[in-house]
Design a protein around this ligand. Structure first.
Ligand code: NAD
Ligand code: UDP
Length: 312
């Protein structure tokens, strides 16, 4: 098949492309390189079955493809809040353009949505039928309301135009290739510990998150895309940790002498988050296989190679 991956030069997109190329597909990677880098897809650049297009999805594009994995959108609060108007354009206009493309060429369309659609949840763990608690005028809304509209658009194109959709709600995912300045918690703590800087906990560290390793997530993507279910479907690792526990774990793994400091909690930071993955288990037979300790080891190795390599 010919498969388009928007945001393919980013963290998740590049891991997905590795899997799709290994399966023998023809892959078109479309990215504006806002948070993605050519380094992530370097090994495919000379491959005749791989094509890279520098393009911003807020502008329309004409392509012929069979499937679209739509991932283009900055995912870290630091990056999506840098230019919030652009973030909402990417989520709304960009998603509309990609759905329009899917409609025209009758491609199956996969939306990378997010657990952020649940906002600061008052139901725990979060099931797909929970409708969320989102602040529509807060600093996260360019992203979480943007993704809610992206889901709405997907379902309306499905109902109105018969577009074949798949919608996945991704919970915090980590792994090799996250940017050193990504700003999300796992990469921040690892980079800080490796550089012998203090680990920065926002708030008192009692807020929770559930961390999924990237290879597990990509497996879930491919299974949902090739199933008959449209979703929405939670994908994530139900293992739930406080941010303080995560900091201590990374401190112990890298640098037990590293300091931990506390900084103000950003506005609207969700207090707890854990996926209910019953749907993914029963519909796809999917569940995560990589425990946090193992996933962190692999991620730390990647950051160590990059950080120590750049010193030489
Ligand atoms: P990332 O920032 O590494 O990747 C996003 C990619 O999209 C980058 O390559 C970036 O350059 C590209 N991009 C951004 N705006 C674009 C535009 N207007 N036109 C073209 N390309 C554009 O982030 P990621 O972690 O790989 O996330 C990928 C997707 O998964 C995003 O849609 C994100 O919302 C979703 N998601 C990720 C997580 C996670 O924990 N990693 C959790 C929930 C949802
Ligand atoms: N966080 C933190 N220190 C950091 C970066 C993030 O304590 O250096 C916290 C953040 O406030 C949030 C949690 O870690 O409570 C997860 O943050 P991240 O940005 O990774 O993801 P999200 O909030 O979008 O789930």
């Amino acid at each position: 098949m010919r498969i388009l991956v928007t945001g393919g030069a980013g963290f998740l997109g590049s891991h997905l492309i590795d899997r799709l190329m290994a399966q023998g597909h023809e892959v078109v990677c479309l990215d504006n390189f806002y948070t993605g880098t050519k380094r992530n897809i370097l090994k495919w650049l000379d491959n005749p079955y791989f094509e890279l297009i520098r393009h911003d999805i807020t502008e329309p594009i004409r392509l012929e493809v069979d499937q679209i994995y739509h991932l283009a959108c900055p995912a870290s609060p630091v990056h999506y809040q840098y230019n919030p108007v652009k973030t909402i354009k990417t989520n709304v206009i960009g998603t509309m353009n990609m759905l329009g493309l899917a409609k025209r060429v009758k491609a199956r369309f996969f939306l990378a949505s997010t657990s952020e659609v649940y906002g600061d949840p008052d139901v725990h763990p979060q099931t797909e039928d929970y409708r969320g608690n989102v602040n529509c005028i807060g600093i996260r809304s360019c992203y979480d309301e943007g993704k809610r509209v992206a889901e709405t658009l997907s379902f309306d194109y499905h109902r109105q135009n018969g577009v074949d959709i798949r919608v996945v709600r991704i919970f915090n995912t980590y792994g090799p290739r996250m940017l050193e300045n990504d700003g999300r918690v796992v990469s921040n703590f690892i980079v800080q510990a490796l550089r012998n800087e203090p680990l920065t906990i926002y708030g008192d560290g009692s807020q929770t998150r559930s961390f999924c390793y990237v290879s597990d997530l990509v497996e879930g993507f491919i299974r949902l895309m090739n199933s008959n279910e449209i979703g929405p479907m939670n994908l994530g690792n139900p293992g739930e940790y406080t941010i303080l526990e995560l900091a201590q774990k990374i401190q112990n793994m890298i640098n037990p002498g590293a300091e931990i400091i506390f900084k103000p909690l950003p506005q609207d930071d969700p207090k707890q988050r854990q996926p209910d993955i019953t749907r993914a288990k029963t519909w796809l037979g999917w569940e995560p296989t990589v425990p946090l300790d193992r996933g962190l080891e692999l991620t730390i190795k990647d950051f160590r190679d990059r950080i120590e390599g750049s010193k030489q």
